[in-house]
Design a protein. Structure first.
Ligand code: C2O
Ligand code: CU
Ligand code: CU
Length: 480
């Protein structure tokens, strides 16, 4: 692992910082991306997929991609009940697509691999927003190039607002902060290379440097009260193990598909690739605190993240607390999750997520009769094959089995509830509406199909380790 390189790049900045904690030598304030309020622009949202330069390290600009920005993209705020016209222009030299992850729209507006936008072209889907308030996101989904395009910076947040604040903090950029958490590995000159190699294909591409909203160890200034953090793990592969350095308790209020039944107190939270959680943190004691992440525990030696390749926690960002108090409180109830009725499921299917170990890949590919090593149910993704046909308005039980390592399993165009994880009911914070779940052994999901998708524009389901997805751990389904 090339852990020392990144340290050397940052050394100049560290040396010049005197009063600050040396790990926060940049003293860089966190960027909460501009929030783009669709309703205030007649519900027309323009995004330009572009290349740019971004200084992760001062004086060492990195070549990046972004949506109408050098890196990442605006936070899109969409109102429930609105029809929003998206105008997506591709200004990079590669075909791309833009997928609205977690947004419940028909297959032809979903932005999967079929909705290819060629260089110079513009895609104009109209999105009808009809789902509860939630934190969602958007990212590229082109065939075999999703990992690279995301790694170089393409990702953004979507906030669906349903008009009911529930007394929660809602002052965007002040006490309602988006945190897009990723890991990267920088070269000495500050550049980001993307070359998964065989190891990256097997385990997913991982880095030794945590970035939050496109910055290395930034600082956020927050008011002395309750603050709502909208967490997104937009890493290619890594699961983050988040906690505050002082081990304070925080409260999970929402997961992928929206609010939980009630706030769930925790002091450490695993967030797997593509997952979202909203948390409430109390800063009223006015103590500055560091948010840190541990190694990716489910990955053993491949999960370390510290400079020294040990199993230590590393700082992700820091909170500095001002004196102004804020509006906002900890509610006791949030939302009625509704009954979960597995007996209403019309059928059960099994999906085995296959991947082998390093070194066997090439050998296996010479034996077409042996199940594919990166695939689902022994098959590599084929855009010309519909794997599953579902019926609109029904539910099914999907049993997911992880082979080789834990995989974060995601379904497009539908929300699900986790029935069991390794035979047990899920912990409370994983019991709400979700669209991705880390499957360590086996999971049973109750998937609810509420949006149509044709053979021409099917929905995808896949592992959200982007290198696994690019290598073919993906299938597609219709819904009619
Ligand atoms: Cu984040 Cu196919 O999705
Ligand atoms: Cu998705
Ligand atoms: Cu996987």
């Amino acid at each position: 692992m090339l852990t020392r390189r990144a340290f050397a790049v940052g050394a100049g900045a560290v040396a010049s910082a005197t009063l600050l904690d040396p790990r926060f030598g940049h003293g860089e304030l966190i960027r909460a991306a501009a929030r783009f309020d669709a309703a205030s622009q007649n519900n027309v949202v323009r995004l330009s997929v572009s290349s740019g330069r971004h200084e992760f390290y001062k004086g060492k600009p990195t070549r990046t991609y972004g949506y109408s920005a050098p890196i990442l993209g605006p936070v899109l705020r969409l109102r429930r009940g609105d029809r929003v016209e998206m105008v997506v222009h591709n200004a990079i030299h590669f075909p791309t697509t833009v997928h609205w992850h977690g947004l419940l729209v028909p297959g032809d507006a979903d932005g999967g691999p079929q909705q290819r936008i060629n260089p110079g072209a513009t895609w104009r889907p109209v999105l009808t927003v009809d789902q509860p308030a939630a934190t969602l996101w958007y990212h590229p989904h082109p065939h075999h190039d999703t990992g690279r395009q995301t790694y170089l910076g393409l990702a953004g947040l979507i906030i669906v607002d349903d008009g009911d604040d529930r007394g929660l903090p809602r002052d965007y950029g002040v006490d309602d902060l988006p945190l897009i958490i990723q890991d990267r590995e920088f070269d000495l000159d500050g550049s980001l290379g993307y070359d998964p190699g065989q190891l990256g294909v097997v385990y997913g591409v991982r880095g030794d440097t945590v970035i939050v909203n496109g910055a290395i160890r930034p600082t956020a200034r927050v008011p002395a009260g309750w603050v709502r953090l909208r967490l997104l793990n937009a890493a290619n592969a890594r699961n983050f193990e988040l906690r505050f350095q002082d081990r304070r308790t925080f409260y999970i209020i929402a997961s992928d598909g929206g609010f939980l039944a009630r706030p769930v107190p925790m002091s450490e939270l695993r967030i797997s690739a593509a997952e979202r959680f909203e948390i409430l943190v109390d800063f009223s004691n006015q103590q500055s605190v560091v948010l840190e992440t541990g190694p990716d525990r489910v990955m053993g030696i491949f999960g370390t993240i510290s400079d020294s390749d040990t199993y230590e926690y590393v700082p992700a960002m820091r909170f500095e607390v001002g004196s102004a108090a804020t509006f906002g409180r900890l509610p006791s109830e949030l939302v009625d999750p509704g009954a979960m009725d597995p007996s209403a499921a019309v059928r059960r299917r099994q999906f085995v997520l296959n991947n082998g170990v390093c070194g066997q890949r090439t050998w296996m590919s010479e034996h077409p009769d042996i199940p594919a090593l990166v695939g689902i149910n022994g098959q590599v993704h084929d855009p010309n094959r519909i794997d599953v046909e579902t019926k609109l308005g029904t539910s099914e039980i999907w049993e997911i089995v992880s082979v080789g390592m834990p995989h974060p399993f995601h379904v497009h165009g539908a929300m699900f509830r986790v029935l069991t994880l390794d035979g047990k009911p899920p912990p409370e914070h994983l019991a709400g509406r979700k669209d991705v779940v880390l499957v360590e052994g086996k999971a049973e999901l109750l998937v609810n199909f509420t949006r149509p998708a044709t053979r021409e524009h099917p929905f995808m389901y896949h592992c959200h380790i982007l290198e696994h997805e690019d290598a073919g751990m993906m299938g597609q389904y219709t819904c009619a």
